[in-house]
Design a protein around this ligand. Structure first.
Ligand SMILES: NC(=O)c1ccc[n+]([C@@H]2O[C@H](COP(=O)([O-])OP(=O)(O)OC[C@H]3O[C@@H](n4cnc5c(N)ncnc54)[C@H](OP(=O)(O)O)[C@@H]3O)[C@@H](O)[C@H]2O)c1
Length: 204
């Protein structure tokens, strides 16, 4: 909707094409979206967003790893929820690297800049185009330029505000908040709990 060209990746190109079709129909105006295999989506995109369940994070990144190009940005949305080992979505599991974001950074080539973002944004909010997104987005990375690229992406989402949340190690805190939001969703019987930062103006 913000005008970017989007390549939806999937293990099944047919499923990706189906998702792209659904997105185009939902947009109700010309949009640049197509469906590809995960590998081809990584080859095509400048910014790669990974949103697989945590249990599939390492395997998926290993499969697409040969397709990364130097200078690409990888945005990790995956959160190490306990569901990855059959537990609850209101809890997380410990990750040796510190967080899913740092784990992702340890798998991809060092020429790829890893950013943590969108981990606290409900997919339900993002897909309802009739409403603005009532949620802030915490963005952290060890690469200032990559962080700026993702903060610019956030500006394309009506209602959302991006905040520079510092170094990639802050993924550890950001990812824990997701489990808390899931817990709030369950308690209040909604699917849209999110986060708003008060007291500071977002980065311009
Ligand atoms: N949903 C949310 O609102 C939300 C919000 C913030 C963060 N997150 C985090 O984002 C991640 C994805 O969440 P989700 O709700 O989108 O999960 P999901 O719907 O279960 O999975 C997303 C996609 O990942 C692929 N996938 C599933 N299992 C896989 C496997 N074993 N190996 C490789 N790919 C697999 C599937 O695509 P294909 O079958 O097409 O390959 C699937 O459509 C999670 O870590 C979650 O904690 C989710």
């Amino acid at each position: 909707m913000a005008g970017y060209q989007v390549f939806v990746g999937s293990r099944s190109p047919d499923r990706a094409a189906e998702a792209a079709k659904m997105i185009a129909q939902t947009a109700k105006r010309p949009v640049r979206v197509s469906g590809l295999s995960n590998e081809n989506a990584v080859s095509q995109a400048d910014v790669v967003v990974i949103t697989v369940p945590f249990a599939a994070l390492i395997d998926t990144l290993r499969i697409v790893k040969p397709r990364f190009r130097p200078g690409q940005v990888l945005v990790n949305v995956s959160v190490p929820l306990e569901t990855s080992v059959g537990g609850r979505a209101t809890r997380t599991v410990g990750v040796w690297a510190g967080s899913a974001g740092e784990l992702a950074a340890s798998v991809v080539p060092s020429t790829v800049s890893v950013v943590t973002a969108f981990n606290n944004v409900s997919a339900e909010l993002l897909k309802d185009l009739s409403k603005t997104v009532d949620c802030d987005v915490l963005v952290c990375s060890d690469d200032e330029n990559a962080k700026k690229i993702v903060l610019d992406l956030v500006k394309g989402i009506m209602g959302a505000r991006g905040f520079d949340a510092g170094a990639l190690e802050n993924s550890r805190t950001i990812e824990q908040v997701t489990a808390l939001l899931v817990s709030l969703n369950i308690r209040y019987k909604v699917k849209s709990a999110g986060l708003r930062i008060t007291g500071i103006s977002p980065v311009s």
